[in-house]
Design a protein. Structure first.
Length: 528
């Protein structure tokens, strides 16, 4: 009965030990993934230009898993090694011979050398395998997101062949890791065999010298056999540890990245953005040779609209990024309510701004969920108003499930114009102090554009708006217009003033009006 009780107690203790250990392993993975995502959210675009999405996914999956495995299985093997080896060695010394124990353990330094040497190679090859896994993730993401283009150019076979080469590289590098893993057990067995040989030879000598009995020698060999698992366990621990440290190094590189834009040391309190002004602001992208903006100056009062136009690559989007604080801004060159923008808390800036980028982020959720991304607690009335302002209400009414319609990955179920209007509705729902449109009306027709702009002027009276566009009709109502070329202000003024200048703006306006007129005539002939 006592033995049964001890067996149950042992089982219970082992159960608690294993579940606690592996439970903590899962907890480590959870904490690391949460910390990694939180860290990535504060990093600026320059970091994501240097690091691929697939590589970051590999960090959050395989690398975190390897660290968790070290914290769980690795710790278990280490404890097994220490406890098992300690118990056996104590029994060797107590019941047999201290001298025989030392002789039998002479190969242990060789064992340690071999394991550490192999472990170092495992670490190097495992890092290469993880990098290859990140490349595979990248290729898979690109293939899936670009499947329409791949099909349209009949490049399915070429893409499959390229993906096959990437997966072959992943397999090769993981095989190299596995080959090293497979060397642990045979080498440990060889070294244990050497220990057996030493123990039998030296033990026989001790028997002849009457220092130990023949039964003690047999007992010692049994103990030596009991050391095999702790030795194998130690090799397994080193293997798992090297994988974990390799992944930890990769994660550490990501955690060591510091945000380009940080909170100000001496923040200023600004209640509302009463004005926005740039004073000869210049900006150069990290690593670029020439500035993308040079000497930009303007002043905009609250409630006014600034139009920003120019050729492709003239710096329109870059100008908006200065307000978004995506990059460090030139000191004392940009002001909000007369306060330098770099001294205003980032959280405060984000509260003021709603941004509609050129590339729209759409989640594989319902239209309602996508629009409510910036305001999850929005009421139905607020939602309907934002949808109507974005001229998206008619489209939604024609969908069987209305706002509950699932848009698919990256809005695959929506047209380009619908994606744009969904993004506009999302920004309008927030009803922020400043609204930034980055060429966000390019996919809608002129009439829809006119309805959206009229609704914005009507509903956002007293709030500031920035619009970058190639279509000049979108900014003809603006209080001030900047014409950029090569990052510099080529022309500026109101629509009327720019028309009187007779420069680039007037030429573009007349050309676009003529094109619009021809399109209308074509539509009329088509209807007829």
């Amino acid at each position: 009965m006592l033995l049964v009780g001890l067996a149950l107690l042992t089982y219970g203790l082992v159960y608690v030990w294993i579940t606690t250990l592996f439970g903590n392993s899962v907890l480590v993975e959870k904490l690391l993934r949460g910390r990694l995502l939180a860290h990535l959210t504060v990093l600026r675009p320059s970091f994501f230009h240097k690091n691929s999405t697939g590589g970051l996914m590999a960090l959050a999956t395989n690398d975190v898993l390897a660290i968790g495995n070290t914290a769980g299985y690795g710790v278990m093997t280490l404890v097994n090694t220490l406890v098992g080896a300690s118990v056996v060695i104590v029994m060797m010394v107590t019941f047999v011979s201290f001298k025989l124990m030392l002789a039998a353990l002479l190969p242990l330094p060789l064992l340690a050398f071999v394991i550490i040497k192999l472990g170092g190679k495992v670490r190097i090859r495992f890092m290469a395998a993880q990098a290859a896994f990140g490349n595979m993730n990248d290729h898979a993401l690109e293939s899936i997101s670009g499947i329409r283009v791949i099909r349209s150019y009949v490049q399915e076979n070429a893409d499959l062949a390229a993906f096959g080469r990437v997966t072959e590289d992943v397999m090769t590098k993981n095989r190299q890791v596995s080959l090293l893993n497979a060397m642990f057990h045979p080498l440990i067995s060889i070294i244990v065999g050497i220990s057996y040989t030493i123990s039998i030879g030296f033990g026989s000598y001790l028997v002849l010298e009457n220092e130990i009995m023949i039964g003690q020698l047999l007992t010692f060999n049994i103990y030596l056999g009991m050391l095999i698992w702790p030795m194998i366990s130690f090799g397994e621990f080193i293997n798992v540890l090297q994988r974990g440290t390799a992944s930890a190094d990769r994660l550490e590189k990501a955690f060591d990245e510091r945000p380009d834009v940080t909170e100000p040391d001496n923040p200023l309190s600004v209640d509302i953005p009463a004005s926005v002004s740039f004073n000869r602001l210049s900006f150069t992208y990290p690593g670029a040779a020439a500035p993308s903006l040079s000497g930009i100056s303007f002043r905009l009062e609250r409630g006014e609209t600034l139009g920003i136009v120019g050729k492709t690559g003239s710096g329109k989007s870059t100008l908006l990024k200065q307000l978004l604080r995506q990059y460090p801004v030139q000191p004392n060159a940009a002001y909000i309510s007369e306060a330098p923008i770099e001294r205003i808390p980032l959280e405060r800036m984000r509260e003021w701004i709603a941004y509609v980028p050129q590339e729209h982020l759409l989640l594989s959720k319902s239209i309602r969920d996508n629009i409510a991304l910036g305001k999850p607690d929005a009421t139905d009335a607020e939602m309907d108003k934002a949808v109507a302002m974005a001229s998206f209400d008619t489209d939604i009414a024609g969908m069987p499930e209305g706002l509950a319609t699932i848009v698919g990955e990256n809005g695959v179920m929506l047209s380009g114009g619908q994606k744009q209007r969904l993004a506009i509705a999302r920004a309008l729902l927030v009803d922020s102090e400043m609204l930034l449109f980055d060429d966000s009306l390019s996919a809608v027709d002129a009439r829809t554009e006119s309805r959206i702009l009229k609704a914005i002027r009507r509903e956002r009276a007293g709030k500031t708006t920035f619009i970058t566009t190639h279509r000049l009709s979108a900014v003809s109502h603006a209080d001030w217009i900047l014409v950029l070329e090569g990052g510099k202000v080529l022309e500026e003024g109101t629509h009327e003033q720019l028309m009187l200048l007779g420069g680039w703006y007037k030429q573009q306006w007349e050309r676009q009006q003529m094109e619009a007129s021809l399109e209308e005539q074509g539509d009329e002939h088509g209807d007829a």
